[in-house]
Design a protein around this ligand. Structure first.
Ligand SMILES: [Ca+2]
Ligand SMILES: [Ca+2]
Ligand SMILES: [Ca+2]
Length: 281
């Protein structure tokens, strides 16, 4: 009888679901959290400051074309087969748009050994998306002097969408699903002819959470990790979007909009509190 009770108790324990989102918040050096150094060329100067990772890439020790460069890569293999995938990257750069043909100044890529790739190049006042040289390359003017939030969403082989600061700047039918064929995510600061500086606030990627779920990382709990991202979505001054009553939560915060009226406000916080489970056992 005792044994049966123990078995029933075991079966009733919640099953811990692994987080479906990875984040690098740029408040520590990128290497320990799992990023691999892909290149470090011509002595880039790097530092952490107030939650940002800075890369100063220049020509102190290299003659142009080609100067300082530092890049990191991480596998996305654990997300193979996911049919709703996002990557959201917030960065700024003082590099001119004339650096873009040289692969910089800031760039990040969802890459693979297959045909589906998304490579973004970010200058001070322009952003570029190259999916495939057979397709039109997309250029978007961006406000200079301030960082911007870039978000790419992939829905199986149905749809991809590129957002800048929550607004759609490109979308269409992809050549296939992503992640696929040995997928990875890469990011780089690079000088071609112009010395420049790139700064990164965060790099986040994973499964797009259910709208209104209060569960940022889709691990089927609502805990302090979700609360950290909920606080951003509620914050009227947050750079990645604007929170508060009546403000569009933008795609990165749809999960926090529990009542589905497009904003993230104190009503949604009430729902978040009610759903709060903590980390579980
Ligand atoms: Ca940060
Ligand atoms: Ca969660
Ligand atoms: Ca709401």
């Amino acid at each position: 009888m005792l044994r049966r009770t123990a078995l029933v108790s075991l079966l009733l324990l919640p099953i811990h679901v692994k987080a479906q989102v990875d984040t690098y918040e740029c408040d520590a050096l990128p290497e320990p959290p799992g990023w691999e150094v892909l290149s470090r060329v011509c002595d880039p100067e790097t530092w952490l400051e107030d939650g940002w990772y800075h890369q100063r890439v220049d020509h102190r020790s290299c003659e142009p074309p080609g100067g300082g460069r530092e890049s990191f890569v991480r596998s996305l293999a654990e997300y193979l087969g996911k049919t709703r995938f996002f990557a959201e990257v917030r960065l700024g750069s003082d590099g001119p748009r004339s650096e873009i043909p040289g692969g910089g100044p800031g760039a990040f890529a969802l890459g693979s050994n297959g045909i589906v790739n998304y490579t973004f190049f970010i200058a001070d006042d322009q952003a570029k998306l190259n999916r495939d040289n057979r397709f039109p390359i997309i250029f978007v003017d961006i406000e200079p002097g301030v960082p911007h939030t870039h978000r790419i969403e992939s829905y199986d082989d149905d749809l991809y969408v590129w957002y800048i600061d929550g607004e759609i700047v490109d979308s269409g039918i992809p050549e296939g699903p992503f992640p696929s064929f040995q997928p990875s995510i890469t990011w780089v600061g690079r000088a071609w002819y112009a010395d420049n500086e790139v700064h990164w606030d965060y790099i986040r990627y994973g499964v797009i959470p259910d709208e209104g779920s209060s569960d940022f990382d889709s691990d089927e709990d609502v805990d302090l990790r979700d609360a950290r991202y909920f606080a951003e979505c509620l914050d009227v001054g947050w750079g990645g979007g604007a929170g508060g009553p009546g403000a569009d939560a933008t795609p990165g915060c749809r999960w926090a909009d529990a009542d589905g009226d497009t904003d993230v406000d104190l009503r949604d916080f009430g729902a978040f509190q009610n759903a709060f489970t903590g980390d579980g056992p």
